[in-house]
Design a protein around this ligand. Structure first.
Ligand code: EPU
Length: 449
């Protein structure tokens, strides 16, 4: 692998994608503000589910605005194994998925363990086949992430759900039947599973306390285009009337608000000036407001927004919550900003118990952060100092790179396959904004700490 971050085209499936060696790293030379324009691709957390939604209808579904990321390749492998043919046109950012009349019922552990979002095939498989065997994903770097609400909701709809030998086995020999389901918590994944199961169930399903993330709205809009009957799109009560059959469609993926938010924070913390195109300001309302509170000037531009920062950022307090609350996926980036901001801040994480794990890496860069349970107290320092650090998950990885941009000297972030899972063209986007960053192949990496 060279120094570019270009991913190979994977047009011929199966065998889509590549395995990125876990030892790849980014070398960042700190001290260069981000200045310029960057364009955001479609949302990872939408497109993976749109690929699952495609399974609901026999025939060819086309998804556009698809980001060139590792997770899309993993999902491509999974739907291929379920019997689909998938083709990827990198230049057009378009995936076509040909869905057969008969699907396979099993999502194997080797793929599920690489990507938890594999669970999103559960809803479509049980809806279409009346049966699904999905490997249990287990815990990951940001917490245990249960599936109890997915299971309880499907049981309400008449499915039998058990877990055996590391697999979740769901079956509904009779068609699923509509039910009223109250979610304990507006879980993104559970809302998606139950919505995808309900669109072809017998009768009416009501999902109350449903998640309202823009990616959920995107999935709902695609389902409606396919013939699903869904009321309450974008609200916390979804009413779904099951239909006998859905038809394939073409759908454009909603822009990735977390990638857009990452560039916004990067602009603010490096005291730069970044225009983020193909981004929706209304999906980032709280985060952009926090950047304004930190001293940035945020303005709307055609098809996006611009963030300009002329001074050291001021610390801002953050509390993560389901949408429209502050996104947990932007929490690590804001901690990185607070690490170099003026003042003391408190960040409260309410979604994932282990999302502060990466804080120890930031501390290696000289940050002053104490964590206690789901709170982190950050005392801003005027500067950080470059060091080798390790990415544990996608957002933590991106945040360590942001920290490297403002650190004195060189920072090497290793295990960047995590970043490649969710950010397309990360290195080229940053280079385009004036950052000094390059991808290191294993042989070029400095000795481990
Ligand atoms: N939860 C349960 N039981 C359930 C479902 C969820 O206890 O049945 C708990 C989880 O353990 C977690 C919390 O509820 O603590 C939130 O889970 P949720 O289902 O809302 O999240 P998810 O579907 O697992 C998606 C995104 C995450 C994002 C969260 C919250 C995808 C593929 N992942 O996860 O994205 O943080 O929603 O917005 O859509 C990322 O992109 O880096 C990422 C982690």
């Amino acid at each position: 692998m060279g120094k570019s971050d270009a991913m190979p085209a994977y047009t011929n499936l199966p065998g889509m994608g590549r395995t990125i060696p876990e030892v790849e790293a980014f070398l960042i030379r700190g001290g260069h503000p981000l200045v310029g324009e960057v364009s955001v691709a479609g949302a990872k957390n939408s497109v993976l589910k749109l690929m699952a939604v495609a399974l609901l209808a026999e025939g060819r579904t086309t998804i556009t605005g698809v980001p060139d990321i590792l997770d899309v390749a993993i999902m491509g492998k999974l739907v291929t194994r379920l019997g689909c043919e998938v083709a990827w046109d990198k230049a057009a950012q378009t995936l076509t998925i040909d869905v057969p009349a008969e699907l396979e019922q099993r999502a194997d552990y080797d793929l599920v363990r690489q990507m938890r979002a594999s669970i999103s095939v559960l809803g479509p498989l049980i809806a279409r086949l009346g049966v699904a065997d999905i490997a249990l994903p287990g815990g990951d770097a940001i917490g245990s992430r249960g599936l109890d609400m997915h299971m309880a909701g499907l049981e309400r709809m008449g499915a039998k759900v058990t877990s055996e030998h590391g697999y979740l086995l769901a079956s509904a020999p009779e068609r699923l039947s509509g039910a009223t389901i109250w979610l304990d918590f507006p879980s993104v994944g559970a809302t998606e599973t139950l919505m995808m199961a309900a669109v072809m169930a017998q009768g009416i399903t009501v999902i109350d306390n449903a998640a309202r993330e823009p990616e959920i709205v995107d999935i709902t809009e695609m389902l409606v285009k396919m013939g699903a009957q869904i009321d309450g799109v974008g609200t916390s009560t979804l009413t779904i009337e099951g239909v006998d059959q859905l038809h394939p469609t073409t759908h454009d993926t909603v822009p990735d608000r977390i990638v857009a938010g990452t560039w916004a924070v990067g602009a603010a913390m490096t005291q730069g000036d970044v225009t983020v195109k193909h981004a929706r300001m209304n999906h980032l309302a709280i985060a952009l407001d926090k950047l304004t509170e930190a001293g940035a000037s945020v303005s709307e531009v055609d098809d996006g927004f611009r963030v300009v920062m002329d001074e050291r950022p001021k610390s801002v307090d953050i509390v993560t919550l389901p949408y429209p609350g502050f996104a947990t996926d932007l929490q690590p980036q804001f901690i990185a900003m607070n690490a170099v901001a003026d003042g003391l801040s408190m960040v409260t994480e309410n979604l994932f118990e282990a999302r502060f794990k990466f804080v120890n890496e930031l501390i290696r860069l000289g940050a002053d952060i104490r964590t206690e349970g789901h709170h982190a107290v950050i005392t801003g320092r005027p500067t950080l100092s470059g060091a080798p650090v390790e990415a544990h998950d996608i957002r933590a990885g991106a945040s360590l790179v942001l920290a490297g941009l403002v650190a004195q000297g060189d920072t090497v972030v290793s295990k960047v396959h995590h970043i490649d899972r969710g950010y397309s063209g990360f290195v080229s986007d940053l280079t385009g904004l004036g950052a000094q960053i390059e991808r290191l192949a294993p042989a070029e990496m400095p000795a481990q700490r």
